[in-house]
Design a protein around this ligand. Structure first.
Ligand code: SAH
Length: 468
Protein backbone atom coordinates (compact mmCIF):
# COMPACT_ATOMS: atom_id res chain seq x y z
CA UNK A 1 0.00 0.00 0.00
CA UNK A 2 1.21 3.47 -0.71
CA UNK A 3 2.56 5.64 2.07
CA UNK A 4 0.75 8.69 0.77
CA UNK A 5 -1.57 10.17 3.32
CA UNK A 6 -5.16 9.79 2.37
CA UNK A 7 -7.53 12.68 2.02
CA UNK A 8 -9.45 13.20 5.21
CA UNK A 9 -6.33 13.03 7.36
CA UNK A 10 -5.03 16.03 9.20
CA UNK A 11 -2.19 18.21 8.03
CA UNK A 12 1.04 16.21 8.15
CA UNK A 13 3.61 17.10 10.77
CA UNK A 14 6.63 18.23 8.71
CA UNK A 15 9.11 16.94 11.30
CA UNK A 16 7.89 13.41 10.62
CA UNK A 17 8.98 13.49 7.03
CA UNK A 18 12.48 14.75 7.70
CA UNK A 19 14.17 11.45 7.02
CA UNK A 20 12.23 10.52 3.92
CA UNK A 21 14.29 10.09 0.78
CA UNK A 22 11.99 12.39 -1.07
CA UNK A 23 10.09 14.45 1.46
CA UNK A 24 6.35 14.15 1.10
CA UNK A 25 4.69 17.52 0.98
CA UNK A 26 2.03 18.61 3.45
CA UNK A 27 -1.44 17.40 2.78
CA UNK A 28 -4.51 19.17 3.99
CA UNK A 29 -7.98 17.82 4.58
CA UNK A 30 -8.92 18.17 0.94
CA UNK A 31 -5.99 16.06 -0.23
CA UNK A 32 -4.06 19.10 -1.41
CA UNK A 33 -0.35 18.91 -0.80
CA UNK A 34 1.71 22.00 -0.60
CA UNK A 35 5.36 22.34 0.19
CA UNK A 36 5.68 25.29 2.52
CA UNK A 37 3.18 27.03 0.36
CA UNK A 38 2.66 30.53 1.62
CA UNK A 39 0.56 32.91 -0.36
CA UNK A 40 2.26 36.00 1.05
CA UNK A 41 5.79 34.80 0.34
CA UNK A 42 4.83 33.68 -3.07
CA UNK A 43 3.40 37.08 -3.98
CA UNK A 44 6.57 38.73 -2.75
CA UNK A 45 8.66 36.38 -4.85
CA UNK A 46 6.58 37.16 -7.90
CA UNK A 47 7.04 40.87 -7.38
CA UNK A 48 10.80 40.43 -6.99
CA UNK A 49 10.94 38.35 -10.12
CA UNK A 50 8.91 40.78 -12.13
CA UNK A 51 11.15 43.57 -10.84
CA UNK A 52 14.13 41.59 -12.05
CA UNK A 53 12.51 41.02 -15.39
CA UNK A 54 11.86 44.70 -15.71
CA UNK A 55 15.23 45.89 -14.45
CA UNK A 56 17.80 47.61 -16.64
CA UNK A 57 16.74 49.60 -19.62
CA UNK A 58 13.08 50.21 -18.97
CA UNK A 59 11.28 50.72 -22.25
CA UNK A 60 8.03 52.65 -22.53
CA UNK A 61 6.18 49.34 -22.80
CA UNK A 62 7.84 48.00 -19.68
CA UNK A 63 6.84 51.10 -17.74
CA UNK A 64 3.27 50.55 -18.82
CA UNK A 65 3.43 46.94 -17.63
CA UNK A 66 4.72 47.95 -14.23
CA UNK A 67 2.12 50.67 -13.88
CA UNK A 68 -0.69 48.33 -14.78
CA UNK A 69 0.59 45.77 -12.29
CA UNK A 70 0.47 48.39 -9.56
CA UNK A 71 -3.01 49.52 -10.55
CA UNK A 72 -4.44 46.02 -10.50
CA UNK A 73 -4.83 46.04 -6.72
CA UNK A 74 -8.09 44.11 -6.72
CA UNK A 75 -6.16 41.02 -7.66
CA UNK A 76 -2.45 41.56 -7.29
CA UNK A 77 -1.54 38.36 -9.06
CA UNK A 78 -3.80 38.62 -12.02
CA UNK A 79 -1.94 38.80 -15.29
CA UNK A 80 -2.59 41.93 -17.34
CA UNK A 81 -2.54 39.92 -20.58
CA UNK A 82 -4.99 37.30 -19.34
CA UNK A 83 -8.00 38.34 -21.38
CA UNK A 84 -6.27 38.59 -24.73
CA UNK A 85 -3.82 35.72 -24.32
CA UNK A 86 -6.25 33.13 -22.98
CA UNK A 87 -3.48 30.65 -22.14
CA UNK A 88 -4.24 30.50 -18.43
CA UNK A 89 -7.75 29.31 -17.58
CA UNK A 90 -7.26 29.95 -13.88
CA UNK A 91 -6.01 33.54 -13.97
CA UNK A 92 -7.44 35.30 -10.94
CA UNK A 93 -8.20 32.03 -9.14
CA UNK A 94 -6.25 31.64 -5.88
CA UNK A 95 -3.72 28.82 -6.15
CA UNK A 96 -5.32 26.69 -3.44
CA UNK A 97 -8.61 26.78 -5.39
CA UNK A 98 -6.86 25.83 -8.61
CA UNK A 99 -5.51 22.74 -6.88
CA UNK A 100 -8.93 21.86 -5.51
CA UNK A 101 -10.51 22.17 -8.94
CA UNK A 102 -7.87 19.99 -10.56
CA UNK A 103 -8.12 17.33 -7.87
CA UNK A 104 -11.92 17.30 -8.18
CA UNK A 105 -11.62 16.88 -11.94
CA UNK A 106 -9.14 14.00 -11.67
CA UNK A 107 -11.33 12.30 -9.07
CA UNK A 108 -14.41 12.80 -11.25
CA UNK A 109 -12.71 11.17 -14.21
CA UNK A 110 -10.73 8.32 -12.67
CA UNK A 111 -12.24 8.00 -9.17
CA UNK A 112 -14.28 4.97 -10.18
CA UNK A 113 -11.14 3.02 -11.09
CA UNK A 114 -8.71 4.28 -8.56
CA UNK A 115 -8.49 6.10 -5.26
CA UNK A 116 -6.88 9.49 -5.89
CA UNK A 117 -5.06 10.37 -2.70
CA UNK A 118 -4.32 14.02 -3.38
CA UNK A 119 -2.66 16.63 -5.53
CA UNK A 120 0.91 17.85 -5.19
CA UNK A 121 1.10 21.59 -5.79
CA UNK A 122 4.01 23.98 -6.15
CA UNK A 123 5.64 26.00 -3.42
CA UNK A 124 5.91 28.90 -5.85
CA UNK A 125 3.54 28.40 -8.80
CA UNK A 126 5.07 31.17 -10.92
CA UNK A 127 7.73 31.30 -13.64
CA UNK A 128 7.90 27.52 -13.74
CA UNK A 129 8.12 27.04 -17.51
CA UNK A 130 11.66 26.25 -18.70
CA UNK A 131 10.61 26.59 -22.34
CA UNK A 132 9.38 29.92 -23.67
CA UNK A 133 8.13 30.59 -27.15
CA UNK A 134 7.33 33.98 -28.71
CA UNK A 135 5.83 34.76 -32.09
CA UNK A 136 7.13 37.90 -33.81
CA UNK A 137 5.16 40.38 -35.89
CA UNK A 138 4.91 44.04 -36.84
CA UNK A 139 1.96 46.29 -36.09
CA UNK A 140 0.38 48.50 -38.75
CA UNK A 141 2.27 51.39 -37.19
CA UNK A 142 5.52 49.57 -37.86
CA UNK A 143 6.21 48.62 -34.26
CA UNK A 144 7.91 45.22 -33.76
CA UNK A 145 6.04 43.06 -31.28
CA UNK A 146 6.57 39.63 -29.77
CA UNK A 147 4.26 37.48 -27.72
CA UNK A 148 1.62 34.80 -28.01
CA UNK A 149 -1.09 34.15 -30.55
CA UNK A 150 -4.48 35.27 -29.37
CA UNK A 151 -6.53 32.12 -28.82
CA UNK A 152 -7.84 30.67 -32.07
CA UNK A 153 -6.11 33.31 -34.23
CA UNK A 154 -2.72 34.20 -35.63
CA UNK A 155 -2.87 37.69 -34.15
CA UNK A 156 0.15 38.28 -31.93
CA UNK A 157 -0.68 39.63 -28.47
CA UNK A 158 2.41 41.56 -27.32
CA UNK A 159 3.71 40.09 -24.06
CA UNK A 160 6.67 41.49 -22.12
CA UNK A 161 6.48 39.32 -19.07
CA UNK A 162 4.51 36.14 -18.42
CA UNK A 163 3.70 34.92 -14.92
CA UNK A 164 4.30 31.28 -15.72
CA UNK A 165 7.35 31.57 -17.96
CA UNK A 166 10.98 31.67 -16.95
CA UNK A 167 11.70 35.38 -16.38
CA UNK A 168 15.23 35.18 -17.81
CA UNK A 169 13.90 33.69 -21.05
CA UNK A 170 11.34 36.50 -21.30
CA UNK A 171 14.15 39.03 -20.87
CA UNK A 172 16.14 37.41 -23.69
CA UNK A 173 13.14 37.53 -26.01
CA UNK A 174 12.54 41.21 -25.18
CA UNK A 175 16.19 42.00 -25.89
CA UNK A 176 16.13 40.13 -29.20
CA UNK A 177 13.11 42.21 -30.17
CA UNK A 178 15.03 45.35 -29.26
CA UNK A 179 18.00 44.31 -31.43
CA UNK A 180 16.11 43.60 -34.64
CA UNK A 181 16.03 47.13 -36.06
CA UNK A 182 19.73 47.78 -35.69
CA UNK A 183 20.47 44.44 -37.38
CA UNK A 184 17.91 45.21 -40.11
CA UNK A 185 16.10 41.95 -39.40
CA UNK A 186 12.45 42.09 -40.45
CA UNK A 187 9.71 40.04 -38.88
CA UNK A 188 8.11 37.43 -41.09
CA UNK A 189 4.70 38.13 -42.57
CA UNK A 190 2.66 34.95 -42.68
CA UNK A 191 0.36 36.22 -45.44
CA UNK A 192 2.98 37.48 -47.88
CA UNK A 193 5.90 35.26 -46.85
CA UNK A 194 8.02 38.45 -46.72
CA UNK A 195 10.49 39.06 -43.88
CA UNK A 196 12.68 36.77 -41.80
CA UNK A 197 12.08 36.20 -38.08
CA UNK A 198 9.00 34.10 -37.26
CA UNK A 199 9.52 32.90 -33.70
CA UNK A 200 12.05 32.69 -30.91
CA UNK A 201 12.24 29.68 -28.62
CA UNK A 202 14.26 29.80 -25.43
CA UNK A 203 14.94 26.76 -23.24
CA UNK A 204 16.77 27.00 -19.93
CA UNK A 205 18.19 24.18 -17.84
CA UNK A 206 16.99 25.27 -14.40
CA UNK A 207 19.70 23.25 -12.64
CA UNK A 208 22.57 23.94 -15.05
CA UNK A 209 21.55 27.46 -16.12
CA UNK A 210 22.50 26.55 -19.69
CA UNK A 211 20.33 28.49 -22.14
CA UNK A 212 19.37 27.59 -25.71
CA UNK A 213 18.05 30.22 -28.10
CA UNK A 214 16.39 29.00 -31.28
CA UNK A 215 15.71 31.62 -33.97
CA UNK A 216 13.00 30.35 -36.26
CA UNK A 217 13.40 32.00 -39.65
CA UNK A 218 11.41 31.96 -42.88
CA UNK A 219 14.67 31.51 -44.88
CA UNK A 220 18.13 30.25 -43.91
CA UNK A 221 20.31 33.40 -43.97
CA UNK A 222 20.56 35.59 -40.87
CA UNK A 223 22.46 38.78 -41.78
CA UNK A 224 25.58 39.40 -39.65
CA UNK A 225 24.79 36.33 -37.61
CA UNK A 226 28.12 36.37 -35.73
CA UNK A 227 27.67 39.98 -34.64
CA UNK A 228 24.09 39.23 -33.70
CA UNK A 229 25.17 36.36 -31.45
CA UNK A 230 27.98 38.48 -30.00
CA UNK A 231 25.61 41.34 -29.17
CA UNK A 232 23.06 38.97 -27.67
CA UNK A 233 25.64 37.17 -25.56
CA UNK A 234 26.98 40.49 -24.36
CA UNK A 235 23.57 41.12 -22.81
CA UNK A 236 23.12 37.48 -21.69
CA UNK A 237 26.42 35.63 -21.31
CA UNK A 238 24.50 32.65 -19.92
CA UNK A 239 23.32 31.78 -23.42
CA UNK A 240 25.23 28.61 -24.21
CA UNK A 241 23.93 27.84 -27.68
CA UNK A 242 22.14 29.62 -30.54
CA UNK A 243 20.45 27.66 -33.31
CA UNK A 244 18.77 28.74 -36.53
CA UNK A 245 15.74 26.69 -37.45
CA UNK A 246 14.25 27.25 -40.89
CA UNK A 247 10.50 27.07 -41.27
CA UNK A 248 9.54 28.18 -44.77
CA UNK A 249 6.11 26.53 -44.78
CA UNK A 250 2.65 28.02 -44.34
CA UNK A 251 1.99 26.14 -41.13
CA UNK A 252 0.99 26.65 -37.54
CA UNK A 253 3.89 24.42 -36.44
CA UNK A 254 6.60 26.51 -34.83
CA UNK A 255 9.71 24.52 -35.76
CA UNK A 256 10.66 23.64 -39.32
CA UNK A 257 12.88 20.82 -40.54
CA UNK A 258 16.33 22.36 -41.14
CA UNK A 259 18.63 23.45 -38.36
CA UNK A 260 22.05 25.02 -38.15
CA UNK A 261 24.02 25.79 -35.02
CA UNK A 262 25.47 29.30 -35.06
CA UNK A 263 26.87 29.29 -31.56
CA UNK A 264 27.78 26.59 -29.03
CA UNK A 265 27.01 22.88 -29.20
CA UNK A 266 23.40 22.92 -30.42
CA UNK A 267 21.82 21.52 -27.26
CA UNK A 268 21.68 22.17 -23.52
CA UNK A 269 21.99 19.86 -20.55
CA UNK A 270 19.79 19.80 -17.50
CA UNK A 271 19.81 17.74 -14.33
CA UNK A 272 16.76 15.82 -13.18
CA UNK A 273 16.65 13.50 -10.16
CA UNK A 274 20.47 13.53 -10.08
CA UNK A 275 20.91 12.49 -13.75
CA UNK A 276 22.12 14.73 -16.57
CA UNK A 277 20.05 15.03 -19.73
CA UNK A 278 20.93 16.37 -23.14
CA UNK A 279 18.05 18.32 -24.66
CA UNK A 280 17.91 19.14 -28.39
CA UNK A 281 15.60 21.81 -29.82
CA UNK A 282 13.05 19.26 -31.03
CA UNK A 283 13.09 16.75 -28.17
CA UNK A 284 10.32 16.64 -25.62
CA UNK A 285 11.38 17.66 -22.13
CA UNK A 286 8.92 18.35 -19.34
CA UNK A 287 8.36 22.10 -19.05
CA UNK A 288 8.16 22.17 -15.26
CA UNK A 289 11.30 20.50 -13.91
CA UNK A 290 10.52 21.30 -10.25
CA UNK A 291 7.32 19.24 -10.37
CA UNK A 292 8.82 16.65 -12.73
CA UNK A 293 11.37 15.67 -10.08
CA UNK A 294 8.57 15.06 -7.59
CA UNK A 295 6.43 13.20 -10.12
CA UNK A 296 9.20 10.91 -11.41
CA UNK A 297 10.48 10.31 -7.89
CA UNK A 298 7.00 9.16 -6.92
CA UNK A 299 6.47 7.10 -10.08
CA UNK A 300 9.69 5.17 -9.42
CA UNK A 301 8.79 4.76 -5.76
CA UNK A 302 5.39 3.31 -6.77
CA UNK A 303 7.12 0.76 -9.01
CA UNK A 304 8.81 -0.67 -5.90
CA UNK A 305 11.96 -1.64 -7.79
CA UNK A 306 14.39 -3.96 -6.01
CA UNK A 307 17.21 -4.08 -8.56
CA UNK A 308 16.11 -7.36 -10.13
CA UNK A 309 13.43 -6.15 -12.52
CA UNK A 310 13.40 -5.72 -16.26
CA UNK A 311 11.70 -2.40 -16.88
CA UNK A 312 10.03 -1.00 -19.97
CA UNK A 313 9.95 2.79 -20.33
CA UNK A 314 7.32 3.34 -23.02
CA UNK A 315 6.93 6.75 -24.70
CA UNK A 316 10.34 7.46 -23.16
CA UNK A 317 11.26 10.76 -24.88
CA UNK A 318 14.91 11.52 -24.12
CA UNK A 319 14.99 8.59 -21.69
CA UNK A 320 14.39 10.45 -18.45
CA UNK A 321 12.26 7.96 -16.50
CA UNK A 322 14.15 4.88 -17.71
CA UNK A 323 17.56 6.35 -16.97
CA UNK A 324 16.53 7.49 -13.50
CA UNK A 325 14.92 4.08 -12.81
CA UNK A 326 17.87 2.10 -14.23
CA UNK A 327 19.84 2.49 -11.00
CA UNK A 328 17.22 0.38 -9.24
CA UNK A 329 16.50 -2.13 -12.00
CA UNK A 330 18.28 -5.07 -13.64
CA UNK A 331 17.81 -3.48 -17.03
CA UNK A 332 15.64 -1.00 -18.88
CA UNK A 333 14.24 -0.88 -22.39
CA UNK A 334 13.05 2.49 -23.67
CA UNK A 335 10.82 2.93 -26.70
CA UNK A 336 9.99 6.19 -28.40
CA UNK A 337 8.76 7.35 -31.81
CA UNK A 338 10.69 10.63 -32.18
CA UNK A 339 14.11 9.92 -33.69
CA UNK A 340 15.77 13.06 -32.28
CA UNK A 341 14.58 12.13 -28.79
CA UNK A 342 15.91 8.57 -29.11
CA UNK A 343 19.30 9.92 -30.23
CA UNK A 344 19.33 12.14 -27.15
CA UNK A 345 18.28 9.18 -24.98
CA UNK A 346 21.22 7.07 -26.20
CA UNK A 347 23.64 9.94 -25.47
CA UNK A 348 21.97 10.48 -22.10
CA UNK A 349 22.63 6.90 -21.04
CA UNK A 350 26.32 7.42 -21.94
CA UNK A 351 26.58 10.79 -20.15
CA UNK A 352 25.28 9.16 -16.99
CA UNK A 353 27.50 6.12 -17.46
CA UNK A 354 24.50 3.82 -17.48
CA UNK A 355 25.00 0.51 -19.22
CA UNK A 356 21.80 -1.40 -18.49
CA UNK A 357 19.52 0.70 -20.73
CA UNK A 358 18.66 0.25 -24.43
CA UNK A 359 16.52 2.53 -26.55
CA UNK A 360 14.45 1.77 -29.62
CA UNK A 361 12.91 4.16 -32.09
CA UNK A 362 9.53 2.68 -32.85
CA UNK A 363 5.82 3.01 -32.21
CA UNK A 364 5.36 1.73 -28.66
CA UNK A 365 2.53 -0.63 -29.66
CA UNK A 366 4.42 -2.09 -32.60
CA UNK A 367 7.51 -2.61 -30.49
CA UNK A 368 5.51 -4.41 -27.84
CA UNK A 369 3.74 -6.66 -30.34
CA UNK A 370 7.12 -7.91 -31.51
CA UNK A 371 8.65 -8.11 -28.08
CA UNK A 372 8.18 -11.82 -27.36
CA UNK A 373 10.03 -12.84 -30.54
CA UNK A 374 12.17 -9.76 -30.62
CA UNK A 375 13.67 -10.61 -33.98
CA UNK A 376 12.74 -7.47 -35.81
CA UNK A 377 13.94 -4.70 -33.58
CA UNK A 378 15.72 -1.80 -35.20
CA UNK A 379 19.20 -2.85 -34.10
CA UNK A 380 18.61 -6.53 -34.81
CA UNK A 381 18.91 -7.50 -31.16
CA UNK A 382 16.78 -10.31 -29.87
CA UNK A 383 15.02 -9.49 -26.65
CA UNK A 384 13.12 -12.74 -26.51
CA UNK A 385 14.43 -13.75 -23.16
CA UNK A 386 13.57 -11.56 -20.25
CA UNK A 387 10.15 -11.13 -18.82
CA UNK A 388 9.15 -7.51 -18.34
CA UNK A 389 8.35 -6.95 -14.68
CA UNK A 390 7.45 -3.27 -14.62
CA UNK A 391 6.11 -0.98 -17.32
CA UNK A 392 6.33 2.80 -17.06
CA UNK A 393 4.11 4.41 -19.64
CA UNK A 394 3.97 8.14 -20.27
CA UNK A 395 1.97 8.65 -23.47
CA UNK A 396 1.01 11.99 -25.04
CA UNK A 397 -2.39 13.61 -24.41
CA UNK A 398 -4.14 11.20 -26.75
CA UNK A 399 -3.26 8.40 -24.33
CA UNK A 400 -2.17 4.90 -25.30
CA UNK A 401 -3.73 2.53 -27.83
CA UNK A 402 -5.08 -0.97 -27.83
CA UNK A 403 -2.08 -2.32 -29.70
CA UNK A 404 0.21 -1.25 -26.89
CA UNK A 405 -2.08 -2.08 -24.00
CA UNK A 406 -3.10 -5.52 -25.29
CA UNK A 407 0.59 -6.42 -25.67
CA UNK A 408 1.27 -5.22 -22.14
CA UNK A 409 -1.56 -7.39 -20.86
CA UNK A 410 -0.17 -10.40 -22.77
CA UNK A 411 3.29 -9.87 -21.34
CA UNK A 412 1.67 -9.53 -17.90
CA UNK A 413 4.13 -7.36 -15.99
CA UNK A 414 3.50 -7.28 -12.24
CA UNK A 415 3.13 -3.53 -12.24
CA UNK A 416 2.26 -0.77 -14.65
CA UNK A 417 2.99 2.81 -13.63
CA UNK A 418 0.92 5.08 -15.84
CA UNK A 419 1.91 8.76 -16.03
CA UNK A 420 -0.70 10.80 -17.80
CA UNK A 421 -1.08 14.42 -18.83
CA UNK A 422 -4.75 13.96 -19.68
CA UNK A 423 -7.11 12.40 -17.11
CA UNK A 424 -9.77 11.81 -19.79
CA UNK A 425 -7.64 9.42 -21.84
CA UNK A 426 -6.23 8.01 -18.60
CA UNK A 427 -9.77 7.07 -17.53
CA UNK A 428 -10.37 5.36 -20.90
CA UNK A 429 -7.10 3.40 -20.61
CA UNK A 430 -7.70 2.46 -16.97
CA UNK A 431 -11.01 0.97 -18.02
CA UNK A 432 -9.17 -1.19 -20.56
CA UNK A 433 -6.62 -2.36 -18.01
CA UNK A 434 -9.34 -3.09 -15.46
CA UNK A 435 -11.20 -5.23 -17.99
CA UNK A 436 -8.02 -7.16 -18.63
CA UNK A 437 -7.01 -8.01 -15.10
CA UNK A 438 -5.16 -4.95 -13.81
CA UNK A 439 -6.27 -3.10 -10.73
CA UNK A 440 -5.54 0.58 -10.31
CA UNK A 441 -4.21 0.64 -6.76
CA UNK A 442 -3.56 4.29 -6.21
CA UNK A 443 -3.48 7.55 -8.11
CA UNK A 444 -2.01 10.92 -7.34
CA UNK A 445 -2.33 14.22 -9.19
CA UNK A 446 0.58 16.60 -9.79
CA UNK A 447 0.18 20.23 -10.71
CA UNK A 448 2.72 20.56 -13.49
CA UNK A 449 0.97 23.52 -15.09
CA UNK A 450 -0.29 26.07 -12.54
CA UNK A 451 -2.82 28.63 -13.84
CA UNK A 452 -3.73 26.40 -16.79
CA UNK A 453 -6.41 23.72 -16.58
CA UNK A 454 -3.93 20.93 -17.29
CA UNK A 455 -3.04 18.34 -14.69
CA UNK A 456 -0.71 15.35 -14.56
CA UNK A 457 -1.61 12.08 -12.83
CA UNK A 458 0.45 9.08 -11.79
CA UNK A 459 -1.32 5.82 -11.29
CA UNK A 460 -0.10 2.42 -10.09
CA UNK A 461 -1.72 -0.66 -11.60
CA UNK A 462 -1.09 -4.18 -10.36
CA UNK A 463 -1.75 -7.52 -12.03
CA UNK A 464 -4.63 -8.87 -10.01
CA UNK A 465 -3.40 -12.37 -9.45
CA UNK A 466 -0.24 -10.90 -7.93
CA UNK A 467 -2.27 -9.16 -5.25
CA UNK A 468 -4.57 -12.04 -4.54
N1 SAH B 1 8.55 10.11 -20.79
C1 SAH B 1 9.11 11.24 -21.49
C2 SAH B 1 8.26 11.74 -22.65
C3 SAH B 1 6.78 11.85 -22.40
S1 SAH B 1 5.90 12.78 -23.65
C4 SAH B 1 9.40 12.38 -20.55
O1 SAH B 1 8.82 12.45 -19.49
O2 SAH B 1 10.22 13.23 -20.89
C5 SAH B 1 5.30 11.54 -24.69
C6 SAH B 1 6.32 10.98 -25.66
O3 SAH B 1 5.68 9.97 -26.43
C7 SAH B 1 6.88 12.00 -26.66
O4 SAH B 1 8.30 11.98 -26.58
C8 SAH B 1 6.40 11.47 -28.03
O5 SAH B 1 7.35 11.68 -29.06
C9 SAH B 1 6.22 10.00 -27.74
N2 SAH B 1 5.25 9.26 -28.59
C10 SAH B 1 4.10 9.71 -29.11
N3 SAH B 1 3.44 8.73 -29.75
C11 SAH B 1 4.21 7.62 -29.63
C12 SAH B 1 4.06 6.26 -30.07
N4 SAH B 1 3.00 5.87 -30.76
N5 SAH B 1 5.02 5.38 -29.73
C13 SAH B 1 6.11 5.77 -29.02
N6 SAH B 1 6.30 7.03 -28.58
C14 SAH B 1 5.36 7.95 -28.88
Amino acid sequence: MSDIKKSGKKEQDRSKVKNNRSPQPDINRKGIKRENYNEHNQKRKLNNQSDKANSGKVSRDKKTVMKKQQVDKSNENKCIYAKKCGGCTYQGTPYSQQLEKKLTEVRRLIGRYCEVTGIVGMDNPYNYRNKVHAAFDMTRRGEIISGVYQEGTHEVVPVEYCQIEDAKSDEIINDIRGMLRSFKIKTYDEDTGYGLLRHVLVRRGFKTNEIMVVLILGSPILPSKNNFVKALRQKHPEISTVIINVNDKKTSMVLGGKESVIYGKGFINDILCGCTFKISPKSFYQVNPVQTEKLYGRAIELAGLTGKERVLDAYCGIGTIGIIASKKAADVIGVELNRAAVKDAIVNAKINDIKNVRFYCEDAGEYMEKYPTGLMHADGQNNANGHIDVVFMDPPRAGSDEKFMSSVVKLSPKKVVYISCNPETLARDLRYFKKHGYKAEVGEAYDMFPFTNHVETVCLLSRQDVDS
